[in-house]
Ligand binder design. Structure first.
Ligand code: DX5
Ligand code: ZN
Length: 213
């Protein structure tokens, strides 16, 4: 399992310096894109992603919490995304969006909010490169992990093995060394924000997480 580090709560004034701290330990950067409509918060857009991207070679795991992903996917591809994940709740034609992401040679992910049943993902699983289970209500970092997500990742793992699917199983929100224990056996990629970036000793916390892997 790998860690995907959310930059949502980082100090953007010193982003390069911040990211330099993690170069050795972290392979994936999780980019939370919020439009103030799909979620009640606004974060940053493709121009920011592009300017960070120039400086490093992390794998870019872009999480679109926006109402109209089709409209912005191309810009996030051009900004350097390797994975683009959108929300099932945001679109009518899920297959169309997955195919559009794939048309750029970029990996496609699909995410569900806490109140959406994981079974709703079943028709799309064979086409996906990543499935992202939200373990908090999307919009903000630093929230409490919701236990309802445990069964979701467990089922995703079961389906993946039974049917030989290739998606990465990922979870997002409220992860620390204790909550990771509850879901670790089912995950390929774990999104972590404040447990690392708001810590006085981020590298120590990464160690504690990796201890579980
Ligand atoms: C929430 C975001 C998360 C968040 C994770 O809407 O999608 O990626 O930044 O932050 P923590 O780990 O602090 O919950
Ligand atoms: Zn996220």
């Amino acid at each position: 399992m790998e860690i995907s580090l959310s930059i949502l709560n980082m100090d953007y004034n010193h982003i390069e310096e911040e990211l330099n701290k993690y170069r050795e330990e972290i392979k994936y950067l999780h980019l939370d894109i919020m439009d103030g409509h799909f979620v009640p918060n606004i974060s940053f857009g493709p121009a920011v992603v592009k300017s960070i991207h120039k400086e490093n070679d992390f794998i870019y795991d872009t999480h679109l919490m926006i109402s109209d992903p089709m409209k912005y996917i191309k810009e996030f591809v051009e900004a350097g995304s390797d994975y683009i994940t959108f929300h099932l709740e945001a679109v009518e034609n899920v297959i169309e969006v997955i195919d559009y992401i794939h048309s750029f040679g970029v990996k496609a992910g699909l995410s569900v909010k806490p109140n959406t049943k994981v079974e709703e993902l079943l028709p799309y699983l064979s086409k996906l490169d990543l499935v992202l289970v939200m373990s908090v209500e999307p919009g903000f970092g630093g929230q409490r992990f919701m236990d309802g997500s445990i069964d979701k990742v467990r089922l995703l793992k079961e389906w993946k093995e039974e049917r030989n699917y290739s998606y990465l199983i990922s979870i997002d929100g409220g992860i620390n060394d204790l909550t990771l224990n509850k879901v670790e056996p089912y995950l390929d990629l774990v999104v972590v924000g404040s447990y690392i970036t708001a810590s006085k000793n981020p590298l120590e916390n990464i160690k504690l997480l990796k201890h579980n892997l």
